[in-house]
Design a protein around this ligand. Structure first.
Ligand code: CTP
Ligand code: CA
Length: 226
């Protein structure tokens, strides 16, 4: 396709990306979700595809779609569906980027009929969802690279480094929520990359396309273990 500026940096590589929010059903008409736009995931998917990678994108409802027509998209709704789709692909992948904003909890029971308004209050019991990145991190093969995200509002660096280790990531992208020009719905972002070897890189406030390129540069820096 002529208007895609290809380079061959990731030619022959298979890349799995999770992106967007998950939706956890309460009843047939209601759900629990979050503000994730999927813009960062879409930009990363395009950046990899435009660099020659075979990209598999597991995508939550309403998340932004990438532009590159070669990207294979797997639409999902809940965290469980996202996990099912991602785990089927995982074994064959070289690089996995966990960019999705997965709901941490889901309703314990999904009501089969619309819940009627009764009484002055109500309680919904929630149970913890599967942690996709953590679970696949335990199955990570020596040649595979895992990249995670962290969105924090306090003790940002501490929490990001803790997640890097706990989820067996090679690199984690810390989103600065406190920074102007950074956040869920915006077209710009400001991030820090933390690597497994203790090094880190800070970005400026940049368009998400530029942040995606920086993340790919970060992936290139990760030593391949064979
Ligand atoms: N993640 C995931 N599955 C989940 C929760 C998170 O794959 N059920 C991934 C995210 O895609 C991200 C990383 O784990 O790459 C960190 O997500 P985050 O929500 O920041 O971490 P949590 O472990 O859920 O911790 P908390 O929300 O309490 O900060
Ligand atoms: Ca979470």
């Amino acid at each position: 396709v002529a208007h895609f500026h290809y380079n061959t940096d990731f030619e022959g590589k298979k890349v799995l990306i999770t992106s967007g929010p998950t939706q956890e059903a309460i009843d047939p008409v209601r759900f629990i979700s979050n503000h994730s736009s999927g813009k960062m995931g879409a930009a990363i998917a395009d950046a990899f595809a435009n660099s020659g990678a075979e990209v598999h994108l597991v995508l939550g409802v309403g998340a932004k779609k990438p532009k590159n027509p070669h990207i294979k998209i797997y639409p999902v709704r809940s965290a469980n569906e996202m996990y099912e789709a991602a785990s089927k692909l995982h074994g064959k992948m070289d690089i996995c980027v966990f960019a999705a904003a997965v709901a941490d909890y889901a309703p314990k029971n999904i009501a089969s009929e619309k819940i009627k308004k009764e009484g002055d209050g109500m309680t919904i019991e929630l149970v913890k969802n599967v942690d996709i990145a953590y679970t696949l991190g335990k199955a990570k093969q020596a040649h595979q690279i895992h990249v995670g995200f962290a969105l924090e509002t306090e003790n940002e660096v501490f929490h990001a480094k803790q997640k890097l280790e706990k989820k067996n990531f090679d690199m984690i992208v810390l989103n600065s929520m406190r920074q102007e020009g950074a956040g869920f719905q915006l077209d710009t972002n400001k991030v820090s990359l933390f690597f497994e070897d203790g090094t880190s890189i800070d970005s400026e406030v940049l368009p998400k396309e530029q942040i995606a390129k920086m993340i790919l540069e970060g992936v290139k820096k990760i030593p391949v273990k064979i």
